[in-house]
Design a protein around this ligand. Sequence first.
Ligand code: KIV
Length: 264
Amino acid sequence: MSKWTAAKIKAAKGQHKLVCLTAYDYSTACLVDEAGIHLVLVGDSLAMTMLGHATTLPVSMEEMLSFTAAVVRGVHNALVVADMPFMSYQVSVSQALENAGRFIKEAGADAVKIEGGAFRAATVRVLVENGIPVLGHIGLTPQSIREMGGYKIQGKQPEQGLRILRDAQELEKAGVFAIVLECVPAELAREITQSVAIPTIGIGAGKHCDGQILVIHDLLGLYPGRTPRFAKRYADLANIMKQAFESYHREVTAGLFPADEHSF
Ligand code: KIV
């Protein structure tokens, strides 16, 4: 199988669904890649799933670089997208370019993701002109959680829906290779998907998007919090892991581990 590039992801629109997933560490990235996932996002959701923060806001550039480099080491085929953390691209276009460049140069990412619509177009344009593929992200943008007032569905009101549609069109003009649509009504996602020539990747955006993405902890049943309604649990890893830890505890306590075959 040949390596997925941003150009290949873009060209997949209308050909087949794009299957995308987050990953944050080397071992998981190896498995995700072996499963044939097309795009692996090192999401800033790792602030919550890996670091235990209440929101995505506190994660730093250095932390994101370190997790991204680990994922890059495990992935051979998928496109690896690094999520730019809060305040690593909002201050100025030159700040965005410098930090996006670090993800490509230091961590080995193939592309970056930034949140925001039409107002982010100038930033996208400069990154793309400098050879850095950009994945857009509109609808619910978790880095604006303080301003949005909670993790709520976006675009339910017609004028808000129209704004999100315009955001998608402006980002396409600015040069993003695909757009994440988070928590928007399925009908709005269908309209956006039909009105742009680049793939839409939905999360909580219904079935009409060109692709889907999930946070891997939600898919695996691994995050201690509640699974969002839009996510599907494909496994109950939390219970499997807990049972393994309890078995280990029991066997060490009972003197059953290590057995002779584990000893020298
Ligand atoms: O950080 C993340 O995991 C994301 C996905 C929810 C798209 O941005």
